[in-house]
Design a protein around this ligand. Sequence first.
Ligand code: ADP
Ligand code: MG
Length: 351
Amino acid sequence: MVELRLSGVRKEYDGVTALNDVSLRVADGEFFTLVGPSGCGKTTTLRAIAGFEDLTAGTVRFGDREMAGVPPEERGVGLVFQNYALFPHMTVAENVGYGLRFRDPPGAMTDEERVLDLLELVDLDGFEGRDPDELSGGQQQRVALARALAPGPDLLLLDEPMSALDARLRDDLRTQVSRIQSDLGITTVYVTHDQEEALAISDRVAVMNDGRIEQVGRPEDVYRRPESRFVAEFVGENNLFSGETRAHETRGSLVAVRGHEFLVPGSTADSVTFCVRPEALRLGGGENAFSATVETVEFLGEAFRVHLDWDGKPITLRVPEAPDDEGVRVGFDPDDVHVIDGGTADIVEQR
Ligand code: ADP
Ligand code: MG
């Protein structure tokens, strides 16, 4: 297994900057996810790691080894893509066995034993004689995963492997990928545009936007403490508020948003942007309360998602019970506020 390090990686295609100074470190055995909207540079990052791209600037290191000039087939990387890309004229066993051609050194097991072992790992024992077109999309992806793992790579790279599957299969495959990764302890870089999937599956995530990394952290840290407006809005749902500080109190600042004063801890700046998660908003008021109108109510199973209109500003909350009336009071605890701009950390940084 291996530690992976990207430093100042830049990739330009005549005029288009696909990657703009990407630096990250993936620990040995870690499940690391790149998440971001389409076109933000996720696939280009994976291709840079796998060795399919000449970098405009920057370095990729596997452990102590600088990879410039090392061709893809010598990098010890296993790849799985969105489209299953199995060889249609080969059986499941032949597809997985194909991956063994790159095994070096051959190892203790025969090729046949190794194929059966890999199929067992991906829960496809008994499928060795099937053709790819006899398998579901999820099963085909598991064969692709077994094939990628066959040569015993140090690093596993997965590019949106679930995006062509329907929701149920995606869930199953997600659980399996997670189990297999932790059983093998293989360093893994996973790519998805689906922030929910990223939070569910990863040890750490890097949120990408427009060729840059916006934030790296554990799923719960990125969710609870987004460092930018982009991350706050892309990861989960969020309510963003921007306003001017009117006064300072011991417990925080009084910030005026649309003529309404909210108590916001953790900020001393004149202008403040803060966010409040939908599950932190409560019906019935509380300390930081305001009045709004119910627009729509969606039943989610474990909760209701309520879309409110606050004098033209949309507000989303998640509550255990649907509101009875159209006009509601909503509030949030000052402790549930997270400051994005104008926080005390920003002020320290500016000095
Ligand atoms: P993602 O995988 O996050 O959707 P990509 O890494 O595929 O994003 O693309 C990042 C940016 O680089 C996009 O603007 C895309 O159009 C551009 N790009 C990717 N590959 C090429 C290429 N071969 N030639 C020109 N532009 C490219
Ligand atoms: Mg992509």
